[in-house]
Ligand binder design. Structure first.
Ligand code: GAL
Length: 627
């Protein structure tokens, strides 16, 4: 029941889709055996362009469908395929999907041959001239193709749980848990039962000592589904959890909700949903988590990797979340510029990493067909991701696009309808643009090394009563390679500190997301001529640059000591080392030269007064060594 059967192995692939590939008979020797996740084209590290992955490719796989599945729905889900998919079973079209960043499901049952071999085929269009977001103009990132996220089967009865949206309301002694359940088909005399369990395995080890729950299933609620409930209207069921453990960035307690659908004594369907109990609100003066003000400190993340584009498995998706939270000490991430892997989001839930997630797009707004697809994308994003407690904000404007009120009225309405609990934002590059969202989210690229780290809220927002969040800074203002000279790498780090400090000094800015976590391949209009944007605080392989330490210094779990120089004078013009900084979260850093003590540095010596551990200038190389 509700078990996912992953179809990762045994696929055959061809860069050129041919009609014949959908048929049961096809000369398969010409096809290449591949596994999912798969990129339609492996790329060089740099100096390549998007023409490599512009193709209409074909995927083919045999599938034995057992006779026991007769009369059931055989649901096949693609978590992500770039960018336009048409799915066939035994030569018959079973569905299509027009977005490379959201999941979709097709039902195979109408064309299944039971007890026999079936042929599954996908025509996948990864060309950038598709009339869907984010395409239509230039884009500052590669939009790789391929079935790059998991594919799985689920076999379900006609009367089944279709979708469950869990939201909670915290009162002084308890949490009210509401589930909005959609049934696939509603028959008479149904009964829904729910149980909850604290997912202790999700609690970060060492952080929590007060878990008293026995971790068994606890009864939450039970309700009959009234006759006349339609499959379209969500059915609401409510229960309470006394003295709940709240989810936050330090103690990311997760609960598991088990929902069972009964008819008399027969269990028809069962589903589990992970959720968190937390109160996340943006106010005029900042962001509040469970009633406490929290400054958002994050970076933007693309979902790309060297050589394989988007095609990385669960372990690597989760690793990025770990790097952001544990190595860089951040409390937030923006999934620029599209919804990302659920594995990444699940890890954010487990780690307590706040997420701003947005629907696909980059600067350009297309025609009516394109916009209609964008609205569908917003719907799909919210339905598919709304149970993740880590998500605190939906991005429902095309990143850095101009105002388009009729369009954005629609995307906001969709978001508020499908998730009345979460606010909307929409990333803009234009000050004082129309605000149809709940939070004004703006890319502030003011800082150029000399200018202030950020603009004050009142200079940017069109409504100062609404919350304000900085969604990007730095990035193209100072591209820096991991192998650039020391001055540049050091200046890069200092600029990140300058912005972080300036934002922390403004009480009414909810926080900021720097551009960006790591370097990425890009189109010819951007980057350093080698098709790389060197905008990351890490390189493409997630190796940290000096700037990474500026972020890491703000956390307390792992000790950090980074000097912005290797002290090799030959690295510098005229052998003049220039300004050197200590990046550390230590209470004290003692500097020695040839084993001789020179000076002790403490956090309060940093001129960055709004950071816990800002960079400290090394201003003494002599100490009392002069005789
Ligand atoms: C922004 C854009 C990002 C990236 C960044 C570079 O304008 O939203 O995708 O291009 O600039 O700094």
């Amino acid at each position: 029941m509700n078990q996912k059967i992953y179809l990762s192995e045994d696929w055959l692939f061809n860069e050129n889709f041919q009609e014949g590939m959908t048929a049961t008979e096809y000369p398969e020797e010409t096809l290449q055996p591949v596994r999912i996740p798969h990129t339609c084209k492996e790329t060089p590290f740099h100096y390549f362009d998007e023409s490599l992955y512009q193709m209409v490719s074909g995927y083919r796989r045999h599938l034995h469908i057992p006779t026991e599945w007769q009369g059931k729905r055989i649901l096949l889900t693609f978590e992500g395929a770039g960018h336009d998919s048409t799915v066939y079973l035994n030569g018959n079209k079973v569905g299509e999907h027009h977005c490379g960043y959201t999941a979709f499901t097709v039902d195979l049952s109408a064309y299944a041959s039971y007890g026999q071999d079936n042929v599954l085929c996908v025509r996948l269009d990864s060309r950038e001239d598709l009339n869907v977001p984010p395409f239509g103009y230039v884009i500052d990132y590669m939009t790789y193709g391929g079935i790059y996220r998991d594919v799985y089967l689920e076999v379900k009865d006609q009367i089944a749980l279709e979708d469950i949206f869990v939201h909670t309301l915290i009162t002084p002694d308890e949490a009210q848990v509401t589930s909005e359940i959609t049934f696939y088909e509603v028959a008479k005399d149904l009964n829904v039962r729910q149980y909850y369990m604290l997912k202790s395995d999700a609690v970060m080890s060492g952080v929590v000592s007060d878990v008293t729950s026995d971790n068994g299933w606890q009864f939450l609620c039970e309700q009959n589904v009234p006759t006349g409930t339609t499959a379209e209207t969500p059915f609401r069921i409510q229960g309470t959890i006394p003295h709940p453990f709240l989810w936050d960035t330090e103690h990311p307690h997760l609960y598991l909700l088990k929902t069972q659908l009964w008819q008399g004594e027969q269990l028809l369907d069962e589903a589990e949903v992970t959720f968190g109990i937390r109160d996340a609100v943006f106010k005029k003066d900042g962001f509040y988590l469970n009633g406490k003000k929290l400054r958002i400190r994050g970076l933007n993340r693309h979902q790309s990797y060297p050589y394989v584009g988007y095609a990385m498995p669960e372990s690597m998706q989760k690793l990025d979340a770990d790097l952001l939270k544990k190595e860089l000490g951040l409390n937030a991430v923006r999934t620029s510029h599209y919804p990302q892997s659920h594995y990444f989001l699940e890890r954010c839930d487990e780690l307590g990493l706040l997420v701003f997630t947005e629907f696909p797009g980059w600067q350009h707004i297309g025609d009516d067909t394109w916009k209609a697809q964008a609205v569908v994308n917003a719907e799909d994003m919210i339905r598919q991701y709304r149970n993740h407690p880590s998500i605190i904000l939906w991005g429902v404007r095309i990143n850095e696009s101009p105002d388009d009120d009729p369009f954005y009225e629609k995307t906001n309405a969709v978001a508020h309808k499908l998730d009345p609990m979460r606010p909307t934002g929409g990333v803009r590059a234009i000050k004082k643009s129309h605000l149809l969202e709940d939070v004004y989210t703006y890319n502030d690229f003011l800082h150029d090394g000399e200018t202030p780290g950020c603009d004050p809220k009142k200079k940017v927002t069109s409504d100062t009563d609404k919350p304000y969040l900085i969604s990007e800074y730095n990035g193209h203002m100072y591209p820096t390679k991991a192998f650039d000279n020391e001055e540049r790498r050091s200046e890069h780090a200092i600029r990140h500190a300058n912005v972080l400090d300036a934002v922390a000094g403004q009480e009414d800015i909810a926080g900021s997301f720097g551009w960006c976590m790591f370097d990425y391949n890009t189109h010819k209009d951007f980057g350093s001529g080698d098709r790389i944007c060197y905008h990351g605080v890490m390189d493409m392989f997630r190796n940290p640059k000096l700037a990474a330490s500026v972020y890491a210094c703000e956390q307390d779990e792992i000790p950090v000591l980074q000097i912005t120089s290797s002290m090799d004078i030959g690295e510098h013009p005229g052998c003049n080392r220039g300004n050197l900084y200590i990046l550390s979260n230590a209470d004290s850093v003692r500097m020695y030269k040839n084993d001789r003590f020179i000076k002790e540095y403490r956090p309060e010596m940093s001129p960055y007064k709004h950071l816990k551990h800002g960079p400290i200038l090394i201003d003494d190389f002599i100490g009392d060594a002069l005789e």
